[in-house]
Design a binder for this molecule. Structure first.
Ligand code: HPA
Length: 246
């Protein structure tokens, strides 16, 4: 796409992040890709002379569940707008001790427990089979920028991507912990691997919004409490996003 709807950096907003406070909205654009429709219009936004593109992962009305998100269309649309770096913002559950609610984590590893999602661009009309390297699933340079832009985000942790939309059982979370997971969310994959497939730099900025099932003595996950923490935490996320543009 060669026009002025372009930016180097994009934010994919998750639960609780549907718009960027303090950013000026320049233009909205509905794109259609060869992989279908992105979750929402793309919003070209500006903060202090720096532009970025914002995309609401679950739609602007939050009506697309994690397993129905068209991850392929979302990343493709961003690539078509010249985007080089993508920050996926995500609300997650905390599993290990340091991941208490309200903590911000910049994970460095992923375990993928999702299934039946359209998870690759490399399946039809191929000249050749492609296997991307995914040893380090996040782009280190972008992770470092996020850490520099935040006051006290935790550096590293393993993100377990579950299928949803239901939350997990306590036994499932125990298994994830034994596997080495620190946080759990439903949208981390295939977003990260699709980004790698089309050579977009990608990092995740995760906000712990609850103790995962059975952790820290949790008997039941209260959705209302979760949303309160989402609201509080998104203030911190906004400040990170503004800092990273500096
Ligand atoms: N599990 C999975 N996804 C989540 C959670 C959780 O506990 N909290 C926020 N997203």
């Amino acid at each position: 796409m060669k026009n002025n709807f372009e930016a180097d950096i994009a934010i994919i907003g998750g639960t609780g992040l549907y718009q960027l406070d303090d950013f000026e909205e320049l233009e909205r654009r509905k794109l259609v890709t060869r992989w279908g429709d992105p979750s929402s219009e793309l919003i070209l936004s500006r903060y202090k002379n720096k532009t970025l593109i914002f995309l609401a992962r679950h739609g602007l009305q939050h009506n697309i569940p994690p397993h129905k998100v068209n991850y392929r269309a979302n990343l493709w649309a961003l690539k078509e707008c010249g985007v080089k770096q993508v920050i996926g913002v995500a609300a997650v559950g905390g599993i290990t001790e340091k991941m208490s609610p309200e903590t911000i984590v910049i994970p460095d590893q992923i375990i993928d427990y999702t299934y039946s999602r359209k998870h690759t661009y490399f399946e039809d009309e191929l000249d050749q089979v492609t296997h991307i390297d995914f040893t380090e699933p996040y782009t280190e340079d972008l992770r470092s920028r996020l850490l520099l832009a935040s006051d006290n985000a935790i550096d590293g942790g393993t993100y377990a991507a579950t299928q949803g939309p239901r939350l997990e059982t306590a036994a499932e979370i125990n298994k994830l912990r034994i596997d080495g997971s620190d946080i759990v969310g439903m949208t981390g994959m295939p977003e990260a691997s699709l980004a790698r497939e089309i050579e977009l730099e990608y990092a995740c900025c995760a906000l712990s919004v609850n103790w995962a099932a059975g952790c820290a003595g949790t008997k039941k996950i209260d959705h209302k409490e979760m949303l309160e923490i989402v609201d509080k935490g998104m203030l911190k996320i906004h400040s990170i996003l503004k800092n990273i543009l500096k």
